[in-house]
Structures are given as structure tokens and as C-alpha cells.
Design a protein around this ligand. Structure first.
Ligand SMILES: *Cc1c(COP(=O)(O)O)cnc(C)c1O
Length: 392
């Protein structure tokens, strides 16, 4: 048997992540590997922490990237803050809320589920009822940007509620950081995690997290050891913590961290408000284009994510066939529906580098081409005009 290099095809990534990665980030990754305790590398790590504080809009000293994807950031927050028997309100309105519940159970916590329908935001009234009924709740956990449904839930309101009842908050911001406001200090978030491959447009494999001083205090007061050696913040901080005396915990993914540094430099150069604004504008252009074609969103306008558009698949269209034609004919990846939404919606990502006029126009063109080919009942010839009025 002989083997050859893997040469991936050129794709345009407009699914639920990963998003397109800028060549600047990819070439940063190809720079020479240095030791993970090399003095030059340690300087870069400090910059990564500062740039992540900017991305999260926080001054939390405990801010760094976990060496594994978004789900590991999730697990880091739950594993470090929960001890056996702790009660945690988990808000479920899609796949990632379900994953949170799974984490609570595996940490020995007691989940109190507040459920909302797929496609709906977390209902703060239900969360408040659950807090009233369970005065001993330790944590309220919810997903700001539910990538499985394209729904936004309001962290300003939910974190305030948690605070009012003396609970901590854990927020999933995997799809929100870089694509819409995430204001950790202003909202008083206690633990929050993100991912590199969504609106930060870096390669997959790292999960930025940040903890409030209040959360740090709770972790210090733990009676039991964190059951995960790898994710135990007390140990990880020997490497990522303050001061010069960094010591070996695990070998950091050196080159992936170069990539994250580069993508954060790009975000900082653009300005985070400008990045939020760009995501909002491209979303609006895609929206008017899709609507001109006669397509509908699965989510009410008030709760839509700019970076993840859940679109109802028109009657009679073969979901899997259309997505594979988009990929084969045009190199365009769009996302399938998950769980309750499988076969019912497409998930069109406009994340990070994939949030641009080029992506909006390409997506509209490809959908119009394939849907008219499939004899779907759509309006042809109007989408591009409509989108261009917003874009230019
Ligand atoms: C993608 C995603 C995750 C999981 O991130 P991975 O990098 O795939 O582990 C968690 N939560 C949300 C909201 C996501 O979109």
C-alpha cells in the first residue's frame, strides 16, 4: 500500500463552523515550532491572554484558551465549578443545552432543566420560577447563541437573574464571541467559554475561557478534587497563570496557538465593534436576499443570530441532495439541521471570515441556481439586487 499527502479540496465554509480561515492565520500556523516554555513563546501567550480579554470584553485575570475544542471549554467550566450534589439550572432550547445537562450529570451535579422549544430563546420567567423554587441553586447555565437553531438568548437578563438569586452563571459563547456583543464584565458572567473555529475564524482545536473573581473564589473553596486531571484549573494555572514561573502541565498546541494569536490580532485590528457590525450587516443582506427568493427563517426576527441563519427548507426539496450539489458543483458548504430540526432547516453560517459580501452573494447565487434546478417554488432574479442594496 502507498500513501499520499492529503490535499483538501477548496471549499467555502458557510455551515455552523468551522468557518473560512484567513491565509494569514494558516501561514502563522506554519511557522517553526518552538518549545512550549520558550521565553519567546511565553511572551506570545501573554498577548493571547490580553487579546482574549478584549474578545470577551473582560478584565478577568483568569482568561486563557483550553487546549481542546469548544466542548472542552464547556467541560472546564462545569467540572471546576460543580461538586457532587450541587444544583444547576440548565436551560435547554437546542443541542448545546442538552450537552450542558450531560456535563452537569457527569460532574455529579443535579440538573434542574428549564426547557424551551427549539427555535425559541430561553424564557427568563421560567428561569426565575426555577430559582424561586430552588433557593439552593449554585449555577444557572445557558447558551447565548444556540448554533443548532440560530437563536439568541439574552445574557444581560439571565446573568442578572442568577446574581439576584445568589447563583453563578455559566454561558456558552462558542458561536457568539467575535460575531455579536459578548460583554462579560458588563453582564457579570462568572464562567464563559468559546471556540476558535466559529466567529474567530481560526482553526478548530482551542477553547477560550474566562472566569470571574467570584468563580475563582468558588473553585478555591472546593472540598473535593476536580475529577478531570487535564481540566483542573488549579493545575492548568501552573502553566497559564500569572507570573514568570510557568511550569509544565501538558504540552501546549504551540502552532495552533500561533494561529489563535494571529486571528485575535486581526480581530483587534478590525476593532471588535466593527466585527459585530460587519456580522449584522451581512446577515441583513442575506436575509433580504433569501426573502426576495421566497425563503423563510425558522426563528422570529427578534431572536435571530446574525452569524447563523436557520432557513426553512422549501416544500418538496431534497435536503441532502441539495447540500451535496452545493458542495460538489460550487464547493459551498452549508449546514444541515440537527435533532428536532433535521431535514427541516439549513444552517447558513456567516461567521468570522465567512461573513463577507462575497459569501452572501455566493450563497444566494448557489441557492437560486440549485433550487430553480430542483423546480422549487422560488422567485428568481431578485435576491442579488435586494442584497446589494444593503451591502453597497
Ligand atoms: C460548536 C459549538 C460547541 C462545541 O464546540 P466544539 O469545538 O465542536 O467542541 C458548543 N456550543 C456551541 C453553541 C457551539 O456552536
Amino acid at each position: 500500500m502507498t500513501f499520499q499527502s492529503f490535499n483538501p479540496p477548496l471549499r467555502t465554509l458557510m455551515g455552523p463552523g468551522p468557518s473560512d480561515v484567513h491565509p494569514r492565520v494558516l501561514s502563522a500556523m506554519a511557522r517553526p515550532t518552538v518549545g512550549h516554555l520558550d521565553p519567546s513563546f511565553i511572551g506570545m501567550m501573554d498577548e493571547v491572554k490580553t487579546l482574549l480579554q478584549y474578545a470577551f470584553q473582560t478584565e478577568n485575570p483568569l482568561t486563557f484558551p483550553v487546549s481542546a475544542p469548544g466542548s472542552a471549554g464547556m467541560e472546564t467550566c462545569f467540572a471546576n465549578l460543580i461538586e457532587a450534589g450541587d444544583k444547576v439550572i440548565v436551560c435547554i432550547n437546542g443541542v448545546f443545552g442538552m450537552r450542558m445537562k450531560e456535563n452537569v450529570e457527569r460532574c455529579g451535579g443535579i440538573p434542574i432543566v428549564v426547557e424551551d422549544a427549539w427555535g425559541r430563546p430561553v424564557d427568563a420567567n421560567k428561569v426565575e420560577d426555577a430559582l424561586k423554587k430552588n433557593p439552593d441553586v449554585k449555577i444557572v447555565a445557558f447558551v447565548q447563541a444556540e448554533t443548532s437553531t440560530g437563536v439568541h438568548s439574552d445574557p444581560a437578563v439571565l446573568c442578572k437573574l442568577a446574581q439576584n438569586y445568589g447563583a453563578l452563571s455559566i454561558v456558552d459563547a462558542v458561536t457568539s464571541v467575535g460575531g455579536m456583543p459578548v460583554l462579560v464584565d458588563e453582564w457579570g458572567v462568572d464562567a464563559i467559554y468559546s471556540g476558535t473555529q466559529k466567529c474567530l475564524s481560526c482553526v478548530p482545536g482551542l477553547s477560550p475561557v474566562t472566569f470571574s473573581p467570584r468563580a475563582m473564589e468558588v473553585m478555591k473553596q472546593r472540598k473535593s478534587k476536580v475529577q478531570s486531571w487535564f481540566l483542573d484549573m488549579n493545575l492548568v494555572m501552573g502553566y497559564w497563570g500569572e507570573g514568570k514561573s510557568r511550569s509544565y502541565h501538558h504540552t501546549a498546541p504551540v502552532n495552533t496557538l500561533y494561529a489563535l494569536h494571529e486571528s485575535l490580532v486581526m480581530l483587534h485590528n478590525e476593532g471588535i465593534e466593527n466585527a459585530w457590525h460587519r456580522h449584522a450587516k451581512n446577515h441583513l443582506a442575506l436575509k433580504v436576499g433569501l426573502e426576495a427568493m421566497g425563503l423563510r427563517f425558522a426563528v422570529d426576527e427578534a431572536h435571530r443570530l446574525p452569524q447563523l441563519n436557520a432557513i426553512v427548507i422549501p416544500e418538496g426539496v431534497d435536503d441532502a441532495k441539495l447540500r451535496s450539489q452545493a458542495l460538489e458543483r460550487f464547493g459551498l458548504e452549508i449546514g444541515a439541521g440537527l435533532g428536532a430540526f433535521a431535514g427541516k432547516i439549513w444552517r447558513i453560517g456567516l461567521m468570522g471570515q465567512s461573513s463577507s459580501p462575497r459569501h452572501v452573494i455566493m450563497c444566494l447565487t448557489v441557492l437560486e441556481s440549485l433550487l430553480s434546478d430542483a423546480k422549487a417554488d422560488i422567485e428568481c432574479g431578485k435576491a442579488i439586487d435586494a442584497a446589494q442594496k444593503i451591502l453597497f
